[in-house]
Design a protein around this ligand. Structure first.
Ligand SMILES: [Zn+2]
Length: 96
């Protein structure tokens, strides 16, 4: 193995490890976040997860009712908390 090959491989391995760690961190983060099926159940201070269809209209309703912003979505599917259409599990959290 040449030095170049080694350096290239090393970077690849490091990237893989980083991806795994990111995935694990994300899974862990989601396991701590309470999922709510109604915007009235929104926690004042803690982040929550909801299903959101991805539309701007629903995002506005969510943001206005909870005072939170939409952070990240996963590929887990469910009915949008606002319109009932197919959505993805999404984390909402207060802006700081
Ligand atoms: Zn919606």
């Amino acid at each position: 193995m040449s030095l170049e090959d080694f350096i290239e491989k090393k970077q690849e391995i490091l990237n893989n490890i980083q991806n795994i760690m990111k995935e694990n961190a994300k899974k862990k983060m989601y396991s701590y976040i309470k999922h709510i099926d109604s915007l009235e159940k929104n926690d004042e201070l803690m982040p929550n997860s909801i299903y959101w269809c991805g539309s701007r209209e629903c995002a506005t309703v969510i943001e206005e009712k909870t005072g939170k912003s939409i952070l990240s979505s996963t590929d887990e599917n469910g009915k949008c908390i606002v319109c009932g259409k197919r959505g993805n599990k999404t984390v909402i959290s207060k802006k700081y």
